[in-house]
Design a protein. Sequence first.
Length: 63
Amino acid sequence: MATLWPAVEGQPGWLLFGLLLGRVSGIYHPSAPDEQPLSRGRLVLGWVMVLLFALCFSPAPFV
């Protein structure tokens, strides 16, 4: 990991450990009681939030 991103600090092995622990432990999200598709308004709101997330956490924020 350090050869790909030399500026990364800390132990990147924790990420792999966490992913393996999540898969091996068998913890899964329960199914939702109401399996209806999202309305158009909620879909638009979701995509706006994804865009906002990308803008907030980009390496060089657009200011």
